[in-house]
Design a protein around this ligand. Structure first.
Ligand code: PMP
Length: 441
């Protein structure tokens, strides 16, 4: 009994300590540091700031110019663009920043209709629907597609918006090991027989949900293998292309194009406009029947204000550049540049001895730090040397798998990347010394 009591105290104390530690760390200045510029290759970062709402001090006016290795601005459209920005300003003057209405009311502009047609054409599906927010696209669409009596089979590392949508749907949820088609098949085999007709199954509907590029891992989805399993078991596939659409594939059409998958083999394609297109909002592309069903039943379409028109225009203009419809070859150059930049930076980091996750061609490259106590100091040291990086810790990653996540953009020049590598190499030498998590002011 004494041993059990002691162990219980140990566990309770341990959890309490960890909880306090992570609460303290979330208040650290390495999260949510304000920036005062567009998220281009270089950003202006507020130098001194407190993320702790218990303190009166918030941020000083002094800023420091930093190399931006933390934004999802993969193709560089999020900073002023010679083609997109004038058109966005025009649309702001014509339509204003908000439609102040849902699509079914007065919020359906000509731009929204144009973008839906464009997205469907771009990703190779018959139809598409827009939403004002990428996160809400997953969390609102999944419950509109599946409910009680249905089964969602979700990759273990799927984004929180998918987890939230799946939980809110009321469907049963099974999780398969990250990016492991064999385990997906094991999970499916426990539920249904291969090729069993949908009508004879214990589930009304089964949807397998994966991501194109995993945002915390930088890994490409094993989509061809996953599709093969889904076809064998006749289940629906849902692919979140937030980080892959526009960023990979010869013409920017995402993982399907990169991995040679026919878009007709993916039932529901989801994506966001907040990364490669430098804008805001999300989309679902699917068959005409699915999109029609969503337009008539999804509360987020019926009751929420439509996407901001300048944000819609930004995506239209960016897709035109990607497709070369602006009359230049800037789109093709950007796509070649992001691939070259990503592969260069990844291989250099590996040569330097960093443990870098992810696959070639992926612009997301997490550097493992492991020790959560080191990440505020790592982030601060990068900033001190004028490099902005994102650090990620629990609960976004497992407890001891915290990391710095580098995101590469087509707008980085070779000199930018070399500077980033110089700073990383000098920090790498020192990183073992970092232990502090106190809040710097
Ligand atoms: N899906 C994935 C895989 C994501 O990583 C994110 C956010 N980065 C979202 C959805 C949500 O998109 P948004 O930030 O555009 O709301």
């Amino acid at each position: 009994t004494a041993v059990t009591t002691l162990l219980s105290f140990g566990v309770i104390f341990g959890f309490g300590y960890l909880r306090d530690f992570f609460r303290r760390m979330l208040r650290s200045d390495c999260f949510g540091r304000p920036i005062v510029s567009a998220p281009g290759a270089w950003i202006d970062v507020v130098e001194r700031y407190s993320n702790d709402s218990n303190k009166t001090f918030h941020c000083t006016a002094r800023t420091s110019k930093c190399l931006n290795l933390g934004s999802y601005n993969y193709l560089g459209f999020a900073a002023a663009d010679e083609y997109c920005t004038p058109q966005v300003i025009q649309s702001l003057k014509r339509y204003s920043a908000s439609t102040c209405s849902a699509r079914v009311d007065g919020g359906n502009t000509k731009l929204h209709v144009e973008l839906e047609e464009m997205v469907a054409r771009f990703v190779g599906k018959p139809a598409a629907i827009l939403f004002g927010m990428g996160y809400a696209t997953n969390s609102a669409i999944i419950p509109a597609l599946i409910g009680k009596g249905g089964l969602i089979i979700s990759d273990a590392f799927n984004h929180n918006s998918i987890v939230n949508g799946a939980r809110g749907s009321g469907a049963s949820i099974q999780v398969f090991q990250h990016n492991n088609p064999k385990h997906l098949e094991d999970v499916l085999r426990e539920q249904i027989a291969a090729g069993q007709p949908r009508i004879n199954r214990p589930w009304k509907k089964i949807i397998v949900i994966v991501e194109g590029i995993y945002s915390m891992e930088g890994e490409l989805c094993k989509l061809p293998e996953i599709i093969a399993v889904c076809k064998k078991y006749k289940v629906y596939t849902y692919v979140d292309e937030a980080h892959s659409i526009g960023a990979v594939g010869k013409t920017g059409r995402g993982v399907c194009e990169l991995l040679g998958v026919d878009p007709a083999d993916v039932d529901i394609m989801m994506g966001t406009f907040t990364k490669s297109f430098g804008s805001y909002g999300g989309y679902i592309a699917a068959s005409k029947e699915i999109i029609c069903h969503l337009k008539h039943t999804c509360p987020a379409h019926i009751y929420a204000t439509s996407m901001s028109p300048p944000a819609v225009q930004q995506v239209i203009s960016a897709i035109k550049v990607i497709l070369g419809e602006d009359g230049s070859n800037r789109g093709a150059k950007k796509l070649a540049q992001i691939r070259e930049n990503s592969n260069f930076f990844r291989s250099e980091l590996q040569k330097m001895g960093f443990e870098v996750l992810g696959d070639n061609d992926s612009p997301v490259m997490p550097i493992m730090l492991y020790n959560p106590a080191k990440i505020p100091a790592f982030s601060r040291e990068c900033l001190r040397q004028h490099v902005a990086v994102v650090v990620v810790a629990f609960p976004a990653t497992p407890l001891l798998l915290c990391r710095a996540r580098i995101c590469i953009s087509a707008s980085h020049s070779r000199e930018d990347l070399v500077k980033g590598l110089e700073v990383k190499s000098c920090i790498f030498v020192n990183v073992t010394k970092f232990t502090s998590v106190e809040i710097h002011m």
